[in-house]
Design a protein around this ligand. Sequence first.
Ligand SMILES: [Zn+2]
Length: 273
Amino acid sequence: MSWEKRYRQSATKKLIEQYPQCCFCAGMRPATTREHMPPKSLFDGSHRPDRLVMPSCDECNRGTSTADLTAAIVCRWNYDTDDVEVGDHNRLVRRLRKQAPDVVEEWTNNGNPLRPSKGRRHLRRHGVPVPVDAAIVTIGPATIRQLNIFAHKATLALYFERFRRPLAAPSVYSAIWRTKEDMHQGVPSSLLDLMPEYGALLQGEWDTSETFEYRLNINMDDGLFAFIARLRWGLFVSGFVVGAERDRGGEDDWMQSGDLLLLANTPRFLSKL
Ligand SMILES: [Zn+2]
């Protein structure tokens, strides 16, 4: 057995012994694997520090891998890309095309030549400068669903990272994602002011904050948690958690904690939240 495989097995065993419940299905199934959030594929060459790992059951791990891949690709849709980014992007698209062809086909949408120019006009009207040679892709329901799964998964993962327990009843939560076009004027300072703490994926001198970083606010006593994360320069994810005993106002935006994979199959996940 290779050293790396041996290391992975013992790290998994250790994590599961300490945290036996999966953090993505509210502990409904026992954890059997170590899941990475953000996923390895987000980083150059899928190389990342071995921190920010969570206990996951096999179902949740496999059932959210398309969401991980989709997010890793979308967040590479930058204006300035380097060779490594382009190479990784193409490799990930090939993987996704095998795993979930409907998502990839949606981007190149139906060969309708009017769509790109329409998309470009729409963005310019909203103050987003689009380079002439930029490719315009369509984000439709299949992609939206995967990004919704990803945003909720990230919320459950970062909640676990801070609270060291799965997000479970009576807590409720909500999660959203935004593209760089949505955020072209920057992250609203009103939002950042609410989240004074800073988090990143670090290991010794190894700092990956250029690829991933987040701002957060946390109140352990009341089970309150809020964060906004930047993934490369193409995708932003934000999540909010409240203990259910608090008055939440309009309840419609909030979801009961439970099995993420069940939630992923609800019609609500087909539109951008
Ligand atoms: Zn699970």
